[in-house]
Ligand binder design. Structure first.
Ligand SMILES: [Zn+2]
Length: 162
């Protein structure tokens, strides 16, 4: 079957930023499984996979507007060190996560550690980047009723409760 909205798709993928050096990739034998049409992967990649079938390989270039968005300078904030848990190691380039008021986990990058404050960047690490994906479609199947209700794909080893 061809990939269309509500297909559960398994892909092997490799992501680089133009220089060929992988910044992310699926492990051999452990493809990424997602539900087409439910914002589980970046829009540009989802669009390119529409209509593809098992065994297809493709190279997809995704611009920031269809990837992780433009880089937002407003995403940088200066936070007093006292707001971080005591003893937390803070180094420039480090990635930390926090829980926002809605209870969602947000990752941020430490840009700079100053005397009393820390400059943190809430932009997605891939914001503003053009993404180069190399993808092989491993499997396409119809979603189960439960997957459609949840709005995401379930892998065979998944026993989550949400
Ligand atoms: Zn679920």
């Amino acid at each position: 079957m061809k990939i269309t909205k509500d297909s559960v798709v398994s892909i092997d993928y490799r992501l680089h930023l133009g220089d060929g050096e992988a910044v992310d990739e699926s492990d051999p034998g452990e493809p990424l499984v997602y539900l087409q049409g439910h914002d589980e992967i970046v829009p540009g990649l989802e669009k390119a996979l529409e209509g593809k079938a098992r065994g297809d390989t493709l190279k997809v270039t995704v611009t920031p507007d269809e990837g992780y968005g433009d880089y937002d300078p407003e995403g940088i904030e200066e936070v007093p060190k006292t707001e971080f848990p005591e003893g937390l190691e803070m180094v420039a380039g480090g990635v930390l996560s926090a829980t926002d008021p809605d209870g969602d986990e947000v990752d941020f990058i430490i840009k700079e550690v100053k005397a009393d404050t820390v400059m943190v960047d809430f932009n997605h690490p891939l914001a503003g980047k053009t993404l180069h994906f190399e993808v092989t479609v491993r499997d396409v199947r119809e979603a189960t009723k439960e997957e459609l209700e949840h709005g995401h794909a379930h892998s065979p080893h998944d026993d989550h409760e949400h």
